[in-house]
Write a protein that binds this ligand. Structure first.
Ligand SMILES: [Cu+2]
Length: 507
């Protein structure tokens, strides 16, 4: 069949393909299988397999990171998809809320799985509470607008259209109501998988991960409700770049999971609206990538490019336990805009493959914590003016792990001769305001801490918000034998304005 299709599409290659197949009959089955595998996954070009058979079936829709089970069907069916558009406020980061527009109540929207040749009857309902009209453009649809023209739906209405899934592949769907960029930026995208007729090879785990860029008027992690910023969106300078619509959607106790020895398949989409993703899993190599969500796969891939409005299927077998970090390898996005997720693998070590040791918290940052609930709690209390000392300390502790511990060490003990201790520091005891001042403005030149001289450079960390600095400083002041005390957000704002002598230029 493979050779036949090759001949059908490219007569010139038919002879070579035939030779490969005949080679397979000659007692060496592995070789031709490999040769075929690198170019052909059994997908199919455009194909109409005739009218739907049997009773209509309701599509199983799942919320991210879950993927519906394989359709398991061998004949075309009529599949009914019912998707609701829901506008709702949800966290975009700890203590930060955003009004998302969603397909099915989540960002990305519900995952849809059908089989090539299926006839899909699509019902799009826009909830009465919505403020905006919406529609849907599915990249898996053959027809003008991908369904957009037939699915324009005012609040409180629903619309219906039918299409035949002619091409197998992994496709993005999104809202295409004007202003399109704004609807997409607010989270209106998701994935639809059109399985090839014989299905995809079985694997142990399948996950749904989708990147998107977000634009808020406040800066990264600025607390409270953050409105959409059209100016930032137009100049393509996102505040957040995220997997599955919020920071921490796939970290800590919400990390993806797998066991050693299992094969994991990731269905990865990129909703954009603006950025292209350099999708990479730190510590893994994709055994296979169905690049651009198409029919063929590439093997042994480190980083795959996923265009805005595009998708890819990546697969790897987990060999050793530990934390694998999913990132956009445009790396500031991972560590300073949120594009970071974790796959946690459990099972026996294999020292022959890797000598052991968990991935450094350097790579996980503050995402190494089981969750960042303390930060959200502190933000909620701050908004009602009831922020307690204990809440500040707890939030500061969670942030310290990712921001300061790399240098000053998890218990503030420092590294002799390199990083001064924060524990029982006489420099801190001399003036508690030294802590927020050093965090915001850095420190260069000679400094004497507990009788030891340091002559180095701490870069300023002015990217932190005022409440983050206040909470970290308060945590440091109340830890490891330091004198206690409390730093407020207002004090930090004041210190931010005044640049003292001895501040670091941060190189
Ligand atoms: Cu919309």
């Amino acid at each position: 069949m493979k050779a036949m299709r090759a001949r059908w599409l490219f007569p010139a290659f038919a002879f070579a393909a035939l030779v490969l197949m005949l080679g397979g009959c000659g007692g060496k089955p592995e070789e031709p299988k490999q040769a075929a595998a690198s170019t052909d996954t059994g997908g199919s070009s455009k194909g109409d397999f005739g009218p739907p058979q049997g009773e209509p079936v309701d599509a199983v829709l799942t919320s991210p990171p879950n993927v519906p089970p394989p359709t398991g069907r061998t004949a075309p069916a009529k599949v009914i998809v019912k998707l609701d558009v829901i506008e709702k406020e949800m966290p975009i980061s700890e203590g930060v809320n955003y009004t998302f527009w969603t397909f099915g109540g989540t960002v990305p929207g519900s995952f849809i799985r059908v089989r090539q040749g299926d006839t899909v009857e699509f019902h799009l309902r826009n909830l009465p509470e919505s403020k905006m009209p919406h529609n849907i453009d599915l990249h898996g649809v053959t027809g003008p607008g991908g369904g957009a023209a037939s699915s324009f739906t005012a609040p409180g209405h629903s619309s219906r259209f039918t299409f035949k899934a002619l091409n197998a592949g992994l496709y993005v769907y999104h809202c295409a109501t004007a202003p399109v960029g704004m609807h997409v930026a607010n989270g209106m995208y998701g994935l639809i998988l059109v399985e090839p007729p014989q299905g995809l090879p079985p694997v142990n785990r399948e996950y749904y991960v989708m990147q998107g860029d977000f634009y808020t008027t406040g800066k990264y992690r600025e607390k409270g409700h953050q409105p959409f910023d059209m100016e930032k969106a137009i100049i393509e300078q996102p505040t957040y770049v995220l997997f599955n619509g919020s920071e921490g959607a796939l970290t800590g106790d919400k990390a993806l999971t797998a066991n050693v020895g299992e094969t994991v398949r990731l269905y990865v989409g990129n909703g954009g609206p603006n950025l292209v993703s350099s999708f990479h899993v730190i510590g893994e190599i994709f055994d296979k990538v169905w690049f651009e969500g198409g029919t063929r796969y590439q093997e042994n891939v480190q980083t795959t490019l996923i265009p805005a409005g595009g998708a890819a299927i990546g697969e790897f077998r987990v060999e050793v336990p530990g934390s694998y970090v999913l990132v956009d390898h445009s790396i500031f996005r991972a560590f300073n805009k949120g594009a970071l997720a974790i796959l946690k693998a459990e099972g026996p070590e294999d020292k022959a493959i890797y000598s052991g040791k968990e991935v450094d918290y350097v790579y996980l940052g503050d995402r190494a914590a089981p969750n960042m609930q303390a930060v959200a709690t502190a933000a909620a209390s701050a908004s009602t003016g009831e922020l307690s000392l204990e809440e500040q300390i707890n939030a500061g502790k969670a942030l310290f792990a990712g921001t300061c511990a790399t240098c000053h060490q998890p218990e503030g003990q420092g590294l002799p001769g390199v990083f001064p201790p924060l524990a029982k520091s006489d420099y801190i005891a001399a003036d508690p305001r030294h802590v927020p001042t050093v965090i915001l403005h850095g420190l260069v030149g000679k400094v004497r801490v507990n009788g030891q001289d340091y002559d180095s450079n701490m870069p300023p960390m002015s990217q932190l918000t005022d409440d983050e600095v206040a909470n970290i400083a308060t945590f440091v002041l109340n830890s490891w034998g330091n004198p206690g005390g409390r730093i407020s957000k207002a004090e930090v704002a004041e210190i931010r304005q005044a640049k003292p002598a001895g501040a670091s230029a941060g190189h």
